[in-house]
Design a protein around this ligand. Structure first.
Ligand SMILES: [Zn+2]
Length: 56
């Protein structure tokens, strides 16, 4: 394990992931279609959501 280094993930900059927005059409209480935005968190694929990577 000598020389191993923990560094901030360069893909997400240590943020562990990104917030994404998905737009969908959904029916409201009166049965009308209305655009709706869903926010969800997507973990970084480079560091697996830890924000850091081990080098070496
Ligand atoms: Zn990352």
């Amino acid at each position: 394990m000598a020389g191993a280094e923990i560094r901030t993930c360069t893909a997400c900059g240590g943020l562990r992931g990104t917030e994404k927005t998905e737009h969908t059409l959904e029916r409201d209480a009166e049965g009308r279609l209305a655009p709706k935005a869903h926010h969800f968190w997507s973990p970084c694929s480079m560091c697996g959501g830890s924000g850091t990577v081990v080098v070496g």
